[in-house]
Design a protein around this ligand. Sequence first.
Ligand code: SF4
Length: 969
Amino acid sequence: MVVSREIRLNEFLIAGTDDDVSNMYRELPERARELQFGLVEDEVVVLDTETTGLNPSSCSLLEIAAIRMRGGETVDSFQTFVDPGRAIPAEITELTGITQADIAGAPTPREAVEALAKFAGDCNLIAHNASFDQGFIMRQANPGELPGQWIDTLSLSQIVLPRLKSHRLLDLAAAFGLSTPTHRAMDDTVALGALWRILLAGIQAMTPGLAARIAELSPQTDWPLRPYFAQAALEHPGVDFSLRRNRTERTQGTSLPPRPDADDIPLSFCDESRIDEAFSPTGALGSMYPDYEERQEQLGMAHEVAACLREGDIRVIEAGTGVGKSMAYLVPVAFAAHENKVTMGVATKTNALMDQLVYHELPRLNSVLGQDLSYIALKGYDHYLCLRKLEHMARADQGDNCDVINMIATLLNFTAQTSHGDLDALNISWVRLPRGDIQANANDCLKKRCPYFPRRCFLHGARRAATSADIVITNHALLFRDMQTDNGILPPIRHWVIDEAHGVEGEARRQLSSSITSRELDTMLGHLSNPKNGVTARVRKRADKLEGGDMLYGVTADIENRIGQIQLVAVEFFAALAELPSPNARDRGSYNIVTVWISGEMRQGHAWRELCVPGTKLADLLWGLNGRLADLISMLEQFEGEFVNQLAELLGVTGSVKDAVDALRLILDGTDERYVTSLQIDRNPRYPMQGLEAMRLDIGESLATDLYPQTRSLVFTSATLATAEREPFAHFLRATGLDRVTDKPVYTSIFASGYDYDHNMSVLLPSDMTEPNAPDYHEAFAQLLYEVHVAMGGSVLTLFTNRREMESFYRELKPRLANEGIDLIAQTRGTSTKSLRDRFLSDRSLSMFALKSFWEGFDAPGDTLRCVIIARLPFSRPDDPIAREREARDGRAAWGRYSLPEAVMNLKQAAGRLIRNSTDSGWLVLADARLQTKNYAKSFLRAMPTQDIRTLTISEIARLMETQEPGSI
Ligand code: SF4
């Protein structure tokens, strides 16, 4: 076996992997060398192919390589080029190095496969992402050729090594120090041969009994990986794997007494000298970073946070990029929490920052403080695996769906290898097994009736652990959901730091909104009454076998009957909703999705009043259904333990039905002035959908009533909170209700970035761009995009506000830039944001067109990103219901009060993508011509971090980029 390079496992392990698991992974190459794996590895053929493209029906084989392995030995090898009968695409030659000269005189695809078949005989065939190679090879094979089973090492790697971030062959080879795959078939085959044995060693190293449990999954299914788990199971004869026992073992010794409520005890806080000491070169921070330099801004912010804790007030702190704000709040919070033995909280907007704090910054801080600090990440229900659902799924027959068996096996081993059960860490695609089927859900969680509750359950175990932690790191969503449920989720935390606070208003609004959609209602009713596998059908099937089960017939039949009536009324209601007159609705929104603000005028109209008739009936029928579901639940409870899963599902549905009824009544009634209501229509012919939504207009009112009175101290911080020169925080204070807090002082401060923006970035305004609605806008912007990309040679990020516009420019620019040797990707529909980020970060010359999700939180330091273009100023869309409602209530003043500062904050966020560390430099092109013509332009330009703002023609901009470095002052 080839283990030729340094093992870089740490780089590929998911942060937070338990030590016993990372140690086990580290030992696998050694075990793979030493162990024998019995019959399953008697003789196998490991293979790889190179092809002219991805689609076997339109592309061809280019090279095949294979090795025959007996145990750990390679006993024979096979390699052939293949003549595809057509020219090799240039990008394939670039990727593989295979040229026309290499394939001259090579066999045809059929001849090559025939030779491979002779080499492989009836051996099993091992390939990485096997369906790809299989697709190309078996198209050429005659019936009966290559009769061996195809074994996919990609699926096997996901099952056996669920704590790895990536399962690409290249990354697995780097993680375990194998020879480097090169996109040439023989090199990749050799690396795969070594990986194959590591995976066999990994199966053997699984928790005793688990390989046997996996080997028994869906026993009727012809699952190719089964023999490998069955063979490994022989190592632990008679050992049963139990999820419950496994969780008990993993959670042993983690139970600590809950912390007192900080409101109930006197607290003491460190003096200023302790903060000074921590941030000095000889203090904690100095020990954490070898090249640490004291930053006055960071120290100043740490003092602000310490003072906030001590004084029990509220502070709003803008801390520019590079201040080091997370350490500036973590240190005083850690001191205060640890000294007083109370729990303190940090809430962030993104999971990325949560993970950064929990898996990187807090462990490092803990190690230098030597305080045995305890901290935990706490997310919402849907981030955790529900073990009850997994256990149920692991017992079910999966028919011929091998992909689902792969996923169940992955989840079982993931459970055995993790303390946390955070599904976000699991790097698998949820296409075949929807994540919703196995994630925890507030509505269907059985709580005390579940055998995993509380400690063995990932979700409730984390919540219990949070009650005894020094610091709880959570996200805005959970903080506001906790607020909405009267503090029913989080432990009583009186001291909070809310980071990425620019996102508070949006996330709080999302959490406090109510909605009902035709699609969700359909799914919910189908889940109940589907004649084949609906809950009522399954209840009856089970009832047949139970004494007294016939009492369930009447109520299940009544429920189905009611559902039939509801479905009829729902069709009428949603059809009427789709037909509501909505001026210009068909032209609005992106693609088929239309959002329409429900105005007072619309409510007065005949169509709305007509709609309310079936709408009210629908709400009443759903309410009646919920009553009967409650009857069924109490009847099922009498059959102790017989209907555990059906009960959980029914509890889930009743919660969802109640939410739907509440939303429907609130929206149809329309008299609660705290809400803005809107309707959404998706005219996608394959998946049409109609829905209604109610959103809280004034989030500040909710926060001032429900959050601030529960807290003693509160820090809001972000790199972008100030939106004007005069009264810079006025917008943020109003949006978050801090302008209404009377029982404690609210202070604001700004700690400027330590970066020298005037010397490392320039803002460029193209003087020959036309305004976005002008007829020649498209042509002018296309020209700007082209010239800037060519001048930069790539590494450009263009941020759009509108998907349709982005895709139109992408279609036009992609081929033009390809002719110049510049590769462009775009955030088109269906593309994963994560994979785009990864691609952009890993290719320094790649350029990208992206939408809202890249306007903030996208961190691309260094040369990967040298220019950001902003297509249009990020004003809210004309059909945005919140903007429309504000306009209706406040008239023209609403624009200056809300829309303008929100757009300034968004532009500041986007501009912040360019400079991510002190050595970065780059160009920011603000293409919206309104910045040169409108009075409000100065609000945006003053918010830019640099004074170096130049107005030039498009060609002058291109020339400047070619000849000079950004920053000139
Ligand atoms: S307690 Fe709830 S979330 Fe946890 S495993 Fe049981 S049902 Fe699932």
